[in-house]
Design a binder for this molecule. Structure first.
Ligand SMILES: Cc1cc2nc3c(=O)[nH]c(=O)nc-3n(C[C@H](O)[C@H](O)[C@H](O)COP(=O)(O)OP(=O)(O)OC[C@H]3O[C@@H](n4cnc5c(N)ncnc54)[C@H](O)[C@@H]3O)c2cc1C
Length: 452
C-alpha cells in the first residue's frame, strides 16, 4: 500500500550506540544499518550468547525479519500450523486455531525458533559484511553505568566513555538505561511461577510417548477457568526439541528470586504441582532436562520510551508476561519503528523529534499487548488466535470489544502509523485510509470495524 508522503530534507547518517546485544538490540542494529546508519552494540556479557529455549515469531515479527533480509533458515525454525488449547485432565483439544491459511492471510509465516539459534541468526545479519548498510560492530564486556542525556556520552563500568548521536537502551528487563532516563518501575511478583524444561523428541519417541512434534503446533494445557496452571509446549530446532513452559500458582512454588542459569532443578519440582495433569504430557515432563526457573514480574506500562537523544526498547521499555508470546515480536517491532523513523523517507535530521514519533507509535501498541499478556495468564481465551474462537464452549473474555485480536496484530501497517504521527505533529493532512496503522474497514474478531 503506497503513500503520498513527501520525504523531508535533512537526513544525515548517525553514529548510534545500542546498549545490549539481545534480540531487541541486534534487531535495532539491523534496522538502523538498513536505514544507512553506523551502529555499535555494547554488551555487558563477555559473549552475547543467549540462554533459554523457544521464542515464537508471529507474522508481525516475521515481516521485519523478511524486510531486513534475515536468513530465517539459519534459525532452524519450526513452521507452526496450529495453536491447540487442550483440556488439563484429558488432553482433549478445547480450542484449536488453525494456521493453515495464516501465510495466505497475513503474508508471513508463524515461526518457532530456539533462542540461541534466533540470536545467532540476528547477530550474523547485524555484523556480517554481506547485506545492505554498514556492518554493525559489537563490543563485549561493556556494562552501561550512566549516560549524559544532553551530550550523548555513555559511561561503562570498566571506565570507558563513548559519545554517540543516538543511544538505544536495549538492555532487557533489568535495564540500566531505563533508570537513567527517569523511569523507576514499581514491579511486583506475578501471581504465577514458571519452570522451563526441554524434552528431546527422540527420547520421547524411544520411550513410546506421544510424538508432539508431529503436530507442528504451539500447544497448551489448562490456563482456563481463571486458573494459573498451564503447560505451554513449543517445538523447536526443526521439531527435534520440545520446549515446555510450565506455569502454576506462586503458592505452589516461589521462584521470583531465582535466576535462569543456576544449577538445574530436579524434575520432581516440575512434576509436583501437577498430580492431575493429562498423563501423556506429564510423562513428557518426567523425562524433562535442564529444568530452570523463569522469574515472572509484573510491570505496569511506563509513561514514555524516549528522552533527549536516548530511546528504550524491548523488555527495557515494556516487559510483559509471556502469555501472548509477543515479547520478542514487540522488541522486533520497536527496532523496525526506529529503522523507519530514521530512514531517508522520514528522518529530517532532528533526533529528538524522530524519537518522539517512535514513542508515539510504539507505546500504545506495546502497552495493549502488555495488558493482554497479563490477562491471558489465567484465561487462554484472551490469547491472540484463541481470542477469535468465540464459538468454543465456555469461551469468555474480560471485555469483548477491548480484547487483543489477530487482525490488529497482523493487519497493522507501521509505515502508515509513522506517517500519521508525523502528520499530526506537523499539522498536515492525515491519510484517511488508516487509523493508527490499521486499514479503515478492517474487521476485528471482537466485532469492531476500524473507522466505524
Ligand atoms: C526463558 C525465556 C523464554 C522466552 N520465551 C519467549 C517466547 O517464546 N516468545 C516471545 O516472544 N518472547 C519470549 N521471551 C521474551 C523475549 O525473549 C524477550 O521479550 C526478548 O528477548 C526481549 O529482548 P530484549 O533485547 O529487550 O532483552 P534481552 O533479550 O534480555 O537482551 C538484553 C541484553 O542486554 C544486555 N545488558 C543488560 N544490561 C546491560 C547493561 N547495563 N549494559 C550493557 N548490556 C546490558 C544483556 O546481557 C542482554 O544481552 C522469553 C524470555 C525468556 C527469559
Amino acid at each position: 500500500m503506497g503513500s503520498q508522503f513527501a520525504a523531508p530534507s535533512g537526513w544525515k547518517q548517525l553514529d548510534v550506540a545500542v546498549i545490549g546485544g539481545g534480540i531487541g538490540g541486534l534487531s535495532t542494529a539491523i534496522a538502523l544499518r538498513r536505514s544507512g546508519h553506523k551502529v555499535t552494540i555494547y554488551e555487558r556479557a563477555d559473549f552475547a550468547g543467549e540462554k533459554g529455549a523457544s521464542v515464537s515469531c508471529a507474522a508481525n515479527g516475521t515481516r521485519w525479519l523478511e524486510e531486513w533480509g534475515v536468513d530465517v533458515q539459519k534459525g532452524d525454525p519450526v513452521h507452526l500450523k496450529k495453536l491447540i488449547s487442550r483440556d488439563w485432565y484429558t488432553g482433549e483439544p478445547y480450542s484449536v486455531y488453525d494456521l493453515e491459511d495464516y501465510h495466505v492471510r497475513w503474508g508471513y509465516v508463524y515461526w518457532m525458533f530456539h533462542r540461541q539459534y534466533m540470536h545467532a541468526m540476528l547477530k550474523d545479519t547485524a555484523l556480517q559484511e554481506e547485506g545492505e548498510g554498514i556492518p554493525a560492530k559489537m563490543i563485549v564486556n561493556h556494562k552501561c553505568k550512566d549516560i549524559d542525556l544532553e551530550k550523548g556520552t555513555v559511561e561503562f563500568d570498566n571506565g570507558v566513555t563513548v559519545t554517540h548521536d543516538l543511544i538505544v537502551g536495549a538492555d532487557g528487563i533489568g535495564s540500566a538505561v531505563r533508570g537513567i532516563v527517569g523511569i523507576h518501575p514499581e514491579k511486583r511478583p506475578a501471581p504465577s511461577s514458571c519452570l522451563h524444561a526441554n524434552v528431546m523428541t527422540e527420547d520421547a519417541v524411544r520411550l513410546g510417548l506421544t510424538d508432539y512434534s508431529a503436530d507442528n503446533a504451539l500447544e497448551y494445557w489448562g490456563g482456563q477457568e481463571g486458573k494459573f496452571d498451564k503447560i505451554v509446549l513449543s517445538p523447536c530446532n526443526g521439531g527435534k526439541l520440545l520446549s515446555y513452559y510450565c506455569f502454576f500458582p506462586r503458592e505452589k512454588g516461589d521462584y521470583t528470586s531465582q535466576a535462569w542459569g543456576a544449577e538445574d532443578l530436579p524434575v520432581e519440582d516440575l512434576l509436583a504441582p501437577y498430580p492431575e495433569l493429562d498423563k501423556r504430557v506429564r510423562d513428557h515432563l518426567a523425562i524433562g532436562i535442564e529444568v530452570q526457573p523463569w522469574r515472572l514480574w509484573v510491570h505496569d506500562p511506563y509513561p514514555f520510551m524516549n528522552k533527549k537523544r536516548v530511546a528504550i526498547l524491548g523488555d527495557a521499555a515494556h516487559p510483559m508476561m509471556p502469555h501472548q508470546s509477543q515479547g520478542a515480536c514487540m522488541a522486533i517491532e520497536d527496532a523496525a519503528a526506529l529503522g523507519i523513523v530514521f530512514s531517508k523517507k522520514y528522518f529530517n535530521g532532528d533526533v529528538e523529534a524522530a524519537l518522539q514519533v517512535y514513542s508515539d507509535v510504539r507505546l500504545p501498541r506495546a502497552s495493549k499487548v502488555q495488558a493482554a499478556a497479563a490477562k491471558a495468564a489465567y484465561n487462554i481465551n484472551e490469547r491472540i488466535g484463541f481470542s477469535s474462537n468465540t464459538d468454543v464452549e465456555g469461551y469468555n473474555v474480560e471485555d469483548e470489544s477491548a480484547k487483543l485480536t489477530i487482525e490488529e496484530m497482523n493487519g497493522y501497517d507501521m509505515y502508515r502509523d509513522v506517517e500519521e504521527k508525523i502528520a499530526k505533529r506537523d499539522g498536515a493532512q492525515v491519510n484517511p485510509k488508516f487509523i493508527t496503522g490499521l486499514p479503515v474497514g478492517l474487521k476485528l474478531s471482537n466485532g469492531v470495524t476500524i473507522g466505524q
